[in-house]
Design a protein around this ligand. Sequence first.
Ligand code: GDP
Ligand code: ZN
Length: 320
Amino acid sequence: MRGRVIRGSRNRFIIKSEAGTELDCHIKGKVLKGVEGSYNPLAPGDWVEFEEDPTCPQKGSILGLEARRNVFSRFNHKGFGRRSSAAIQQIAANVDLVCCVTTPSSPPFRPRFIDRVLLQSAIAGIPSCIILNKEDLSVDDPDIEERLLDFISIGYPLLRVSALNGKGLEGLNNYLEGKLSVFVGQSGVGKSSLINALNPKLSQRTGTLNEKYDRGNHVTSMAGLFEISSSPSNTYVIDTPGVRQLSPQGLIATDVIFYMKEFAPLAGQCSYGYSCSHVSEPGCKIMEGVAAGAIHEDRYLSFLKISEELRENINPFEYE
Ligand code: GDP
Ligand code: ZN
């Protein structure tokens, strides 16, 4: 039978069958072909082949993984050092949209984190957008506004919403309709609250930062795939565990330029062509772009930092 991964840990997964029943499944034979050695073999959104346990109808075994259309993944230091493949954590598979959920305050606005989420989405070949939640807390900060407007001018959709007072939720609902989206963001930005607000029938718990994050495994068990509205609209959202830092992976330093929207058209255009490091070379189109205001200085700093991390193989991994 065919089913979709709703949530899970390393070897136990909740699978929803095409008929709509949820089963508690293990991977048959412990190792799944094609994903041997990765930090987690399956992610919410994966389609699998499974069989029901003949003696226990709510349990089953996963037999195989269907080829993925895409996967949003991250570097995870918990797996680092054992096998390199074990450091790659699959966060969500087969998604239509990555939503970087952020806030104007509480927790503070972190544009560099947004840069990383947008970059990793581009690497995975998934369209992305920015959801600014907690609109109700908006402080008139010109720096935040400037950065948000820059994201819009680069071409990223921005949705300003408040899970608390409902502002912008109808627009968000329309935007997500018919898609499988994944919410990525630091803990406390309101990912669970938004999912609850989009479908109040979901009994997913929200809590204060401490309630949720003092209890290790609770976080993992909360993340997963949620149905916002069923057929015919088929709107789903995958919530993810809070990520404090995101180390892009799946590319080499010199490729970062291709995955940042406003940088990509300039690739190869510098006087030193593709060997330009965009730090000090004369005739560097990236630096000229920054000087002319076509590239935001902050985006340039993100670009340099990420390129350097990839070059030095530094991964500022941090887990919550
Ligand atoms: P998550 O960790 O991203 O899933 O965040 P939660 O949904 O658990 O929300 C973290 C905290 O922010 C909770 O105390 C929520 O009540 C609060 N919160 C969520 N959305 C909003 C909002 O739009 N405005 C305000 N002021 N608080 C919110
Ligand atoms: Zn250059």
